[in-house]
Design a protein around this ligand. Sequence first.
Ligand SMILES: Cc1ncc(COP(=O)(O)O)c(C=O)c1O
Length: 407
Amino acid sequence: MGTSWKSASVHCGSDSWIDSLPSTPAFVFDKDRINANLARFKQIRSISGCHVLYSIKACPAEALLREIANQVDGFSVSSLFEARLANEVTNGTAKLHTTTPGFRREEMSELGTLCETVSFNSLNQLQRLPFLIAGRANIGLRVNPQLSFLEDRRYDPCCHYSKLGAPLSEVVESWSNGSLLRSGLSGLHLHTNFGATSFAPLESTVNHLEAQLPELMKQIDWINLGGGYLFQKANDLDRLLATLQQIRDGWQAEVYLEPGSSIVDDAGMLVTTVIDRFESDGKSIAVLDTSVNHLPEVFEYQTKPRLHGENQQAPVAMTLVGSTCLSGDLFGDYRFDRPLQINDRIMFHQVGAYSLVKASRFNGLNLPSLCYLQGNRLTHVRRYHYEEYRQQWCEDDSEQQRQRVGL
Ligand SMILES: Cc1ncc(COP(=O)(O)O)c(C=O)c1O
């Protein structure tokens, strides 16, 4: 069967919910899938004793945070806004860990209150900022082990000249001259990979750290191994478990994992409607009511999103394009059983992570609405309006008022 909205959905067993969406584009998160992903982490936690933090940068939607909060040990956040949101949505109950190259002096006090652990991104930050959180948050350091597993530097936290983490060579030096010992450091943070489907790189990284910093490793209380691994695609979970065991036995340290994609990516779908079609230089073009700005990584990384039910052998080729003025607003060439018609609904899937959170209203195209699916039941939770677009671009009414009265 080719691709159309009529094709059966792997996520819901039936496609009736696609029809029942009042409008498109719509981001739909399948809560059953999220819960299945969380069950995998529950198992990993119970076998290994590690702690799991959901990295909310993947998608910080409130209903997801609530769904996930009581099935993980906390959240990892990368800014003050993420920390505030996670704190607010969970009524202050979620443990928060944070790291970012962008810590600002004026935000540290609040971050130190909201977060249990703050991992500085450089030795310079570690010298300048810890006194601002002293006595409140645990102090960590993000380390770049300088062991790279990716060829494309856009995704590689350990690339040459990386901005992410203190280079291991400098950490070794700082350990040798005693300054690291005096910094109040209680743990280390690593995030060294992207979309990895084997835990072999993680195993090598841990061995590398152990070899370079044997004494420091025995002194730390915790280590955060970050994200960057696709747990549902890896078939060497045993290797992960052995690595976690090695850390616990050898260093007596608590271990944290902070997955984002592995919890939400395969649960997210973008449903869109064909709003025009025409021929261009011999190609059939179908214009969608969405844009690559709703799936920005398609453009950033020049990837082709997966279309639900796609069959590469189907007879009809069509190019799916977004409806903004950018010529490169293209999803790619796909094949269908029949030519798509205006009003056909189609669905991109495995787009739950880093899509909605990066989406913009370029060209004034509204953001997709947000829905949740559980079983076959669809809940519409968020629809955006002109008012929000206007608020983003018009001057603040209260500010205008103040200026008018000369304040
Ligand atoms: C520091 C850190 N932790 C965790 C994650 C989540 O990684 P993933 O979505 O690959 O699981 C990221 C993603 O960029 C990250 O930068």
